[in-house]
Design a binder for this molecule. Structure first.
Ligand SMILES: [Zn+2]
Length: 136
């Protein structure tokens, strides 16, 4: 039987049934191996605020968000694209984009944060000398 895709649009292989997941757009039940799984890093705070805070040198917490999409929603929202016969035969290349940290000398100087938290610029010895006079 001629098939459009070698995998028949799934990553199931020869295994039997697989569980179902719900599409996060339309709520449709899709086989787990057929659904498009998208994992993104999202800042806990407002994205615009997170960008601003990172500019200032603060540490911003991120959480990973996993979403499943059915094929129709994935195509509609541009997560996957309809490919030609030749394109379908090509093996996909995985590219991982890693955020690059600037080199220590290029990093911005530490700043004082609210709530009495200091960046790591202050040496430990300096703090101790401050505490000693109060005890004596
Ligand atoms: Zn959907």
């Amino acid at each position: 039987m001629p098939v459009k895709r070698k995998s028949r649009g799934r990553s199931k292989g020869s295994k039997g049934r697989s569980g179902y997941v719900q599409c996060s757009m339309c709520g449709r039940l899709v086989p787990a191996d057929k659904a498009k799984k998208i994992t993104r890093r999202r800042p806990i705070v407002d994205p615009a605020l997170a960008k601003e805070l990172e500019k200032k040198g603060a540490f911003v917490m991120y959480r990973t968000e996993t979403r499943y999409y059915c094929v129709s929603c994935a195509v509609y929202h541009g997560i996957v694209k309809i490919r030609s016969e030749e394109e379908r035969k090509m093996r996909p290349r995985r590219r991982r984009i890693r955020p690059r940290l600037p080199r220590p000398e290029k990093r911005k100087p530490a700043i004082e944060l609210p709530l009495g938290i200091y960046s790591s610029e202050i040496p430990i010895g300096a703090e101790r000398t401050k505490q000693k006079p109060s005890h004596a």
